[in-house]
Structures are given as C-alpha cells and as structure tokens.
Design a binder for this molecule. Structure first.
Ligand code: P71
Length: 460
C-alpha cells in the first residue's frame, strides 16, 4: 500500500531549475565519467541522491544568520553562539568547530589510535575507517546480525553486537582498543538506528574495560526520532531530552554537521568533561583546521550551523523527513523491490545483491544499479557495498562487504513527493530488465577512499 506523505512543513521561496538530458546524452556522460558517478557534472544530473551530506536547503533563518557573520579572526560572536547552542543540546562542556566530519576524525583519531591499536564500531563509515587506518590502527565492525537480513523487521538494526564487542575486547586485549565508536544512525548498515538501551549497554562495557566511547554523531537527530517512535519508554520524551540522554553515555563525539544540522559545510567535536582531552584537541585543530574559534569555518558558517542544530531536532521536521523515506519505501513495496527494511533515516538502501543476484561482489552490483539509475532517468546515487569498501589495507585484496547497497540518499528539504515518485518509477522499470544488467571492473584506483575517483568499465 502506498504510504502517507507528510506535507512539507515549509513553503518554497527560491527555486533551482533542473533538467533531464536525453538518453543518448546520459549514456555518453556516464561513459565519459568512467562509470563513476562522482565524476558526473551536477548539471548533467536530474535528481541528485548521491549524498544527503551538505546538500540540504537552508531556511530563511539560516540565510539571514549568514548575514550576521562576524569574520573576526578570533572570538567571533557566531563562535560563542555555536558553542553555547551545542553545549545546551549535547550537554558537553567543550565544543570545537571544524570544517566537516572527516576533519573532526583527522583531529581526534591520532589522539587515541596508532600502530597496533584497534577501533571497534557498530560500523565505521568510509572516512572514519580511512582515518583509523591513516592513524596506523585497524577498524573492526561489530553490528548486530539482524542488520545482515535485509528483509526481516527489526527496530534497531544499527545496534552494536555487545556480546561480540566483549569477545573482541577479550581477544585483542582492552589495552589495544583505542576507541569504541557508536555511529548514529548506522549509515553503512542502511541508515539504521541504534537504541538507547544499546548505547547504554555499550557505554557500560566501555567503562568496564576503561576504553573511551565516542559517538559518530552525523545523524544524531534522526536516530533520536527513531528512539522516540520505536523504543519503549521514550514515546513521551522530546527529541531534545532523548539527544541529551544519548550523549550522556559517551565521552566525546565527532560530527559531520552537513547532515542533521542542515548546513552545506561544517563539523564539530564535542568533549563531555575531560579538560586534558580538550587541550589535545585544540592543539591538533590549530595546525590542521585553524584557530580554536573558527576551526576551518567562516563566522557565517558557524551562525548557520548554530541555527541548523536547533532546526534539525524539531519533531515536525523529523516526522516529515523520515516520512519521505517511508513514502518512497512504500512505493518500492508495491513492486517488490528489495531494500534494507525497515527503511533508514536518510536514505533508501536498495539491496542490489538481491535485485542483481547474477552479479558477484567483485563486479559491484551496488555500483551497477547506480549506473543503471542514471542511464534510466538521470538519477545519481552511490554504491554502499564492496566498491566503496575497497581493498584490504594489508593484503591489497578486494574485500567482500556484508552488503551490496545502492543508496538513494535524500537531501534535506530539497525534493518533493513527485520527485520521489519519479525515482520509484525508474527503479520499477529497471527491475523489469534486471537480468540483462552487467557487472563492472575497475581499470584504475587510488589506495585510499577509492570509490571517489576509481575508473570502471562494464564487463562484456
Ligand atoms: C555520506 C557521507 C559523505 C560521503 C562520504 C563518502 C562518499 C560519499 C559521500 C559522511 C560521514 C558519515 C558518517 C556516519 C562521518 C562522515 C564524514 N557521509 N560519519 O553518507 O556518513 O563526514 O563528509 O562531513 O567529512 O554521503 P564529512
């Protein structure tokens, strides 16, 4: 049954025209882009679902705030507002702005990790994994088994497998685990939420073994919405109360503010109360990102971020936002198109392994389907599977991802119901000819984060 579409809790004041190229043009463009969607020019894309990161539409309040940018080198008004807003929302004493999520990772990871050390996470997103490895350490994913079964309902498929976490700590030795990272929501598993109970339990294990717990907070507000709507005891709590409790269980967080804080650029590091750690973070931020009171951002960016943090935790906005995913997923249900079920908070993750069972992981089914969506209707998406995962840093061998997803990431406050209908129709058309879709091979790739720039060719 077609799901309900919650009306946008805003009206549109400014528009950006988009157009679709002809099929012939699209086939030429994707070939010229070496079958890597990151190489496409955005003007050649009709509906851009490559990422929900930095692609949202700012509000009138945020744009007005941009005009209040205090561009002093040090101690700007916007910095002070950002720090006090974030202190309030997260309940942490120390807040360090940085230019985006991976910058936060670059500043924080070397403080905790080095050669011989490990980070354990419910799932590392790709940049997080890259920064663990750049610090000389190794990343271990520890998501619950329910996540691997994309067809069966489970309310919190993003959870940490806490039993396995304890086994891993015992196996590798607590002294070698530099960090436990809780990614909310769990992007790589399909934008799946983590329950409060699971955050709490993970924090108790971390405390017992004296390992710091860090939250990768990119989609903290969407996670809080799922806790409110799915976890017993939280139905009457506000998103704000839930966020405060979530963060109370960790010692620090890194955040890409380009997601739930609805800005086009920005990131944060938060430290609950460890002053010594804050000193280390500042010492790394200054050479890498800029002085403490701007961390790679302009004053106006910090103003927009302070406002976006508040807008991002508004319940009515979140209901509309997650409602968009539920609506698109309901259209796919009608046509039996497999996706990570229940649908996640920022994207619909099509199960390309199921839709294209004839393509093995080393021929990248998630990428093959992403290419097909562009060919079909000018829709740009991305692979969250073996193509993104890359090669083993020690052996250089292609890793097999537990998932082969094509991610339809929905930018915030950007697309309407009819855009989503168009996406569903394109997928339904592709399903009809799924057996004829071929896999791909890589003709060139860099060592780290290869999916951004690798070149591919279809397998004939
Ligand atoms: C996403 C992104 C951005 C991205 C990354 C790689 C390929 C395509 C797009 C970024 C995240 C994230 C989590 C959980 C940290 C970062 C890095 N996600 N943690 O999903 O999802 O943040 O992009 O601000 O550096 O499209 P950053």
């Amino acid at each position: 049954m077609k799901g309900k579409y919650y009306p946008e809790p805003f009206k549109i004041k400014m528009v950006e025209p988009i157009k679709i190229l002809t099929e012939e043009e699209r086939l030429k463009k994707i070939e010229e882009a070496h079958y890597n969607l990151f190489y496409l020019d955005s003007e050649d894309v009709y509906i851009d679902l490559l990422s929900d990161s930095g692609t949202g539409a700012m509000s009138t309040e945020q744009w007005a705030g941009m005009m209040k940018g205090d561009e002093a080198y040090s101690g700007s008004k916007n910095y002070k507002k950002l720090v006090s807003t974030a202190q309030n929302i997260f309940g942490y004493n120390y807040i360090q702005p940085v230019h985006q999520g991976r910058a936060a990772e670059k500043v924080v990871m070397p403080i905790f990790l080095g050669p011989g050390k490990y980070a354990i996470s419910n799932m590392h997103f790709d940049t997080t994994r890259a920064h663990v490895e750049l610090a000389g350490a190794r990343a271990i994913d520890c998501v619950v088994a329910e996540a691997l079964d994309t067809e069966t309902y489970s309310p919190f498929k993003g959870n940490m497998d806490t039993k396995k976490l304890v086994e891993l700590i015992e196996e590798y030795g607590a002294e070698n685990i530099g960090l436990i990272i809780m990614t909310v929501t769990n992007n790589s598993a399909g934008g799946q939420p983590v329950s409060m109970e699971n955050i709490k339990e993970t924090s108790e294990i971390a405390k017992k073994y004296n390992i710091p717990l860090m939250i990768d907070a990119a989609r903290f507000a969407e996670n809080a919405y799922f806790i409110k709507t799915r976890e017993k005891g939280y139905e009457d709590k506000s998103i704000r109360e839930i966020v405060l409790e979530m963060f109370s269980y960790a010692q620090l967080f890194t955040m890409s503010s380009k997601k739930d804080a609805i800005v086009n650029i920005g990131g944060l590091i938060g430290i609950k109360d460890d002053e010594e750690l804050y000193e280390k973070v500042k010492a790394n931020t200054i050479p890498l990102e800029g002085f403490v009171s701007y961390g790679g951002l302009a004053g106006r960016d910090m103003e927009a971020l302070a406002i976006g943090l508040e807008e991002g935790i508004d319940y009515n906005y979140l209901k509309y936002r997650i409602g968009q995913m539920e609506y698109l997923a309901s259209r796919l249900d009608e046509a039996n198109i497999p996706y990570q079920y229940p649908v996640g908070g920022h994207a619909v993750f099509i199960d390309a392994k199921k839709l294209l069972p004839h393509i093995p992981y080393y021929e990248f089914p998630g990428q093959a389907l992403a290419i097909e969506l562009y060919k079909e209707a000018g829709i740009r998406t991305c692979d969250i599977g073996s193509f993104m995962l890359g090669n083993d840093p020690d052996t250089g061998k292609q890793l097999e991802s537990p998932f082969e997803f094509t991610r339809l990431a929905i930018p915030r406050r950007v697309y309407t119901q009819s855009h989503l209908d168009l996406v569903a129709d394109a997928l339904i058309a592709i399903k009809e000819r799924a057996e004829s879709i071929k896999g791909y091979r890589i003709t060139w790739e860099p060592k780290i984060l290869r999916h951004f720039t690798a070149k591919l060719k279809p397998i004939e």
